[in-house]
Design a protein around this ligand. Sequence first.
Ligand SMILES: C[S@@+](CC[C@H](N)C(=O)[O-])C[C@H]1O[C@@H](n2cnc3c(N)ncnc32)[C@H](O)[C@@H]1O
Length: 247
Amino acid sequence: MQSSTAKEGDDAYQPEVGQAGKDVIWVPTPDSLVKAMLTTADVKPTDYVVDLGSGDGKIAIAAARDFGARSLGVEYNPEMVALARRNAQRAGVAGKANFIHGDIFETDFSSATVVTMYLLPSLNLKLRDTLLKMKPGTRIVSHAFTMGEWEPERTISTDDATGYFWIVPAQVAGRWAFEVGADRFAAELGQEFQKLSAARGGPIRDGAVKGTTVHLTRANGQELVGEVNGNQIVGRGWVATRIKPAG
Ligand SMILES: C[S@@+](CC[C@H](N)C(=O)[O-])C[C@H]1O[C@@H](n2cnc3c(N)ncnc32)[C@H](O)[C@@H]1O
């Protein structure tokens, strides 16, 4: 993990970089990566950014101060929670960046539109199912650690650190009836994270889903792009209806 020699904290509390935390130690994300992570996630004033394991609050504070979002930090160490609240006050975003004392594995953060984290590979994997059940289109950014086989949409590199970016995919597995122009056909779509697959030799070759946007390639090479909403995918000149759920 990144280390820092700068003085941390304030007059009331000086945390030590590397100090123990419940499931992972505290090390702050460098400013340049905080900015790059929030920029990659395209954080807007309409967003609700939740930082899991928020430390001194710097990601949640930057989301509010520099991107105008509402934000929440969830942190198990109560002294860090108090420090983060003072930091938010000093940054002038006390009303917008909030902090709660809690365990990230016991806290409901399902209303977040952007989730940030700097944890550990094993903790990312422990969170993965919860993240995948969030609203399709929710953006996830992790400093340093990946999500196993769930491949990131993008890798974020700064001079001294790396982050990864994902978009929660809609669940589109199942059998779909397609109407593409005058063509009618059905195809079973398999899904692994954002990747879509179909039976060899069938009418659909493969595809991907990014949030609610579905990209499919037909066996004849035609590209289909549409928006999924429940059991319907609607594109320009084509529509598909799910006629059987997955499994
Ligand atoms: C590596 S630091 C990252 C801090 C901040 N997110 C950042 O990037 O600057 C991880 C933080 O998670 C906190 N933490 C560890 N386990 C936790 C848990 N189960 N619930 C909430 N916070 C936890 C630690 O106290 C520490 O502050």
